[in-house]
Each structure stands twice: as structure tokens, then as C-alpha cells.
Design a protein around this ligand. Structure first.
Ligand SMILES: NC(=O)c1ccc[n+]([C@@H]2O[C@H](COP(=O)([O-])OP(=O)(O)OC[C@H]3O[C@@H](n4cnc5c(N)ncnc54)[C@H](OP(=O)(O)O)[C@@H]3O)[C@@H](O)[C@H]2O)c1
Length: 254
């Protein structure tokens, strides 16, 4: 299990929202951090907080859509700190997107900014964790990755693809000491989603979400869904007959 003490922790997507708060929460305790995003100013502000809490911190500006840049980030983390003990792949975006209005390019873009960004880190990280004899890879999925959510169809599909990829990797790679945890948040009040117009039942704060993530990084369940009211609602909707769950989902999406 990850102790989150004296470990090298890589967080991809750490300049704002859940990832930035997790970086601040795991800072100190002898941990070394590598944080990554595209917005240099925001990322530097998080790095300053992490260093102030007592952790060495490498902040790297890199686009997760670029596979070479992702591989270079993993290599730089290893060159600086010797290994990656814990990686949190947190990049993703879920825009409000009705299937009556999308075009093909919109759907492809949502797939890239949720699926490709994860794969680009997953592959070099698996290679590195095999070399070093194990480690934890966590990924911020979404409860939307467990079922098709109206107005979030392309996002649900992309997160579901990530979910099944990581499920397969977990089964294949556990004999090599590589552990995987998929995180399934419900609605989280981050700046990015504050104006998207989607209804957000049982929304939690960034700080609450980060606490759930840090607890999951310590305990390493295969799946961590939170908060419990939304997670329970999704579990219920998944077992109901489609003619019932469709009506409920249509009401919730209004
Ligand atoms: N907020 C919610 O309600 C909610 C619910 C369920 C799941 N989630 C998931 O939680 C994760 C974090 O979302 P959040 O709400 O905290 O949003 P956020 O504040 O937008 O966080 C996303 C992070 O990823 C970075 N990022 C985005 N695209 C990138 C790219 N191409 N290359 C490198 N970094 C990139 C962003 O920084 P830069 O823009 O600086 O690159 C930012 O640091 C996402 O995977 C999201 O799908 C969110």
C-alpha cells in the first residue's frame, strides 16, 4: 500500500481543481512531488505551496496530448528522484454536450482529452514501474464513466474506455507489483465546471474530493466511488431496467 510518506508522487493535471488540492494535501511528510499541467503560472503557484509545506517539487509544463512530452515527463521524474512510487493521472474534461447537437469532431476531441491523455502517460509509466519493481497508478475517472449520462455522452464514453483499459492493466500487471486505483467522483465544485449549466446533485467541494482521493491513494481499492449519495444513485440506476432508469436520468438531466 502507498504510505504517502517518503514517496515520489507524480500528479498529471495539477494546476487547478482536484489535482492541485491533492498536491497540496500530500505535500510534506518527506514526499517528493512532480506536478504537470499546461498553464505555467497556475502550476508554479501550486509548486510554491508544495515547497512551502516542505516537499521538493518539480513543476513541468507539458501537454498530455503529446505522447513524447508525456514520456519525457516520466523520464525527468525518474532522473530527478530515482523512481515514481505513486502516479495520479488526473487530466480530463466533461463538457455539456447534447447528442442532438454534437458533430463528429466534438466527440473525437472529448475522447482525446480524456482517453489519449491517460494512455500517453499509462504506457511509459507501466514500463518504468516494471523496471523499478512496482508502484501505484491512480486515475481520476468519473461516475459518468460507469453509465451513459445525458448531456455527457461523449465524456461518459471516453471515461468508460479509460475504465476498461485500466481494469485490464490491473489484472495483467498485479503479478509485477503494479497496482491500479480508479477514482469515480460525482460532481465536484471546481472552477472549470462552475459555469457549464449542468445540474449537479450532491456536489462536493474540491477539498472534500481531494480528501477522498488521498484516502484512496493510501488504501488502494481497485475502485473508489464518491460521494456516497451519488455513487449509490449510480449503482441503483445501473441495476434498474432501462425503461425506468431512462426516465429517472431524463429528469435528473433537466
Ligand atoms: N469537477 C467535476 O465535477 C468532476 C467530476 C468527476 C470527475 N472529474 C474528473 O476530475 C479530473 C480533474 O478535473 P477538475 O474538475 O479538477 O478540473 P480542472 O481544474 O480543469 O483540472 C484538470 C487539470 O488537468 C490539466 N490539464 C487539462 N488538459 C491537459 C493537457 N492536455 N495536458 C496537461 N494537463 C492538462 C489542467 O491544467 P492546464 O489547463 O493548466 O493544463 C488541470 O490542472 C478530470 O479527469 C475530470 O474528468 C471531475
Amino acid at each position: 500500500m502507498a504510505r504517502l510518506r517518503h514517496e515520489t508522487i507524480l500528479i498529471v493535471g495539477a494546476s487547478s481543481g482536484i489535482g492541485a488540492q491533492v498536491a497540496r494535501d500530500v505535500a510534506g511528510h518527506g514526499n517528493r512531488l512532480v506536478i504537470v499541467a499546461r498553464r505555467a503560472g497556475e502550476l508554479a503557484a501550486v509548486a510554491a505551496d508544495v515547497r512551502a509545506a516542505g516537499s521538493p517539487c518539480l513543476d513541468i509544463v507539458a501537454d498530455a496530448l503529446d505522447p513524447a512530452a508525456a514520456a519525457a515527463v516520466v523520464a525527468r521524474a525518474v532522473a530527478e528522484f530515482g523512481a515514481v512510487d505513486v502516479a495520479l493521472l488526473n487530466v480530463g474534461q466533461g463538457p455539456d454536450m447534447s447528442m442532438a447537437e454534437v458533430d463528429v469532431a466534438d466527440v473525437a476531441r472529448v475522447m482525446s482529452v480524456n482517453y489519449d491523455v491517460t494512455v500517453n502517460y499509462l504506457v511509459p509509466l507501466i514500463a518504468q514501474l516494471r523496471r523499478q519493481g512496482g508502484g501505484l497508478i491512480a486515475q481520476t475517472n468519473s461516475l459518468a464513466g460507469l453509465m451513459g449520462i445525458p448531456r455527457q455522452g461523449p465524456y461518459s464514453a471516453a471515461k468508460a474506455a479509460v475504465r476498461t483499459l485500466i481494469d485490464a492493466a490491473r489484472v495483467e500487471l498485479s503479478p509485477e507489483g503494479i497496482r491500479f486505483t480508479s477514482l469515480y467522483p460525482g460532481f465536484v465544485a471546481t472552477a472549470r465546471v462552475s459555469t457549464d449549466g449542468l445540474p449537479k446533485p450532491f456536489q462536493i467541494s474540491e477539498k472534500q474530493a481531494a480528501r477522498h482521493v488521498v484516502r484512496a491513494l493510501r488504501r488502494e481499492p481497485a475502485d473508489a466511488a464518491f460521494p456516497w449519495p451519488t455513487a449509490t444513485l449510480v449503482r441503483l440506476l445501473r441495476v434498474l431496467p432501462a425503461r425506468v432508469s431512462d426516465v429517472l436520468l431524463r429528469k435528473l438531466a433537466r
